[in-house]
Design a binder for this molecule. Structure first.
Ligand SMILES: NC(=O)c1ccc[n+]([C@@H]2O[C@H](COP(=O)([O-])OP(=O)(O)OC[C@H]3O[C@@H](n4cnc5c(N)ncnc54)[C@H](OP(=O)(O)O)[C@@H]3O)[C@@H](O)[C@H]2O)c1
Length: 264
């Protein structure tokens, strides 16, 4: 795979860096000579899946002091966190991580790559509550005006092990599609380090075919999100902001780069 273009991005915080995707992101960044920092609730347990050289900081997303400490001095943030399925902690964790990081960053404007999921714009389904909260996190990040990329993976390692191609799509139209975990991690790393990935929302799958060798070109081929728009470029329109829970409206008011219409 090609080497990333950005060389001015060294210390990179990974929220969810002990998870099944985040630890691959941390290892790959280390391999590329960057300085990954991982926030975890349990540093002793965290050391096991992580290679030496990854900085581990203790903290919980709900603790603003810990999150402020974690973002201190970073050049970029990757978010691959998630509450356990069935836990019901989606508002606090899957969504809550986004305003927690934005609050902690304050005026410090750095690139952010957010891992979300396919299916966030669909209606119905067993995972609806989880996906709605993930979508709210996406929408909040889009209106910040920060240089962001949103990566929505398909189903992790679901029969995709022999597929060599990273397949980027848009519009959230694929209900079921497998993706290799290493392909998700590589897409996140390349999105972080590639200028043409900014302001874009992509789904990632694994397919048969050649590997991507031109990441800048692959991201450039994706339609950019419209600046200030809550939804991804090719997404079905989401709920009106005034229909969102008060907590979300407050976060939108606090972090939106431009005034939202209507005024919420
Ligand atoms: N499975 C799929 O096919 C699929 C497809 C698309 C998207 N997804 C999404 O991917 C996510 C799971 O990714 P994964 O497998 O890499 O994650 P994972 O292995 O379940 O790890 C979850 C990560 O989130 C962190 N985390 C959770 N609660 C936290 C809190 N309160 N404070 C700080 N950190 C917290 C954990 O950190 P510590 O435990 O170290 O504190 C851990 O690093 C889920 O959100 C899921 O919806 C899954």
């Amino acid at each position: 795979m090609t080497q990333p273009a950005r060389s001015d991005m060294n210390r990179i915080l990974i929220i969810g860096g002990t998870g099944s995707i985040g630890r691959l992101v941390a290892a790959r960044l280390l391999q590329l000579g960057r300085l990954p920092r991982v926030l975890t609730r349990d540093p002793d347990r965290a050391q096991r899946p992580l290679p030496s050289g990854v900085e581990v900081v203790a903290g919980e997303l709900a603790d603003p002091t810990a999150v402020r400490g974690a973002v201190d001095g970073v050049d970029a943030v990757v978010m691959t966190h998630g509450a356990p399925y069935g836990s019901g902690n989606y508002a606090a964790v899957d969504y809550g991580a986004v305003p927690a990081v934005l609050d902690a960053l304050d005026e410090h404007r750095v690139p952010i790559v957010l891992m979300s999921s396919i299916g966030v714009t669909a209606s119905g389904g067993q995972s609806r509550e989880l996906l709605e909260w993930k979508r709210r996190g996406e929408r909040l990040l889009r209106v910040t005006g920060l240089p962001y990329t949103i990566v929505r993976p398909g189903w992790f390692d679901a029969g995709s092990s022999s597929h060599q191609q990273v397949d980027l799509r848009q519009g959230d139209l694929t209900e079921y599609g497998p993706v290799r975990r290493d392909h998700v991690a590589e897409t996140i790393v390349q999105a972080l380090l590639t200028e043409s990935a900014r302001g874009r929302t992509v789904e990632v799958f694994s397919a048969n075919g050649p590997t991507i060798t031109d990441w800048p070109g692959a991201f450039l081929a994706a339609e950019p999100d419209r600046p200030g728009d809550l939804d991804g470029a090719r997404d079905r329109p989401g709920p009106r902001p005034e229909a969102e829970p008060e907590r979300v409206r407050a976060d939108l008011r606090r972090h939106s780069h431009t005034p939202l219409t209507p005024d919420i």
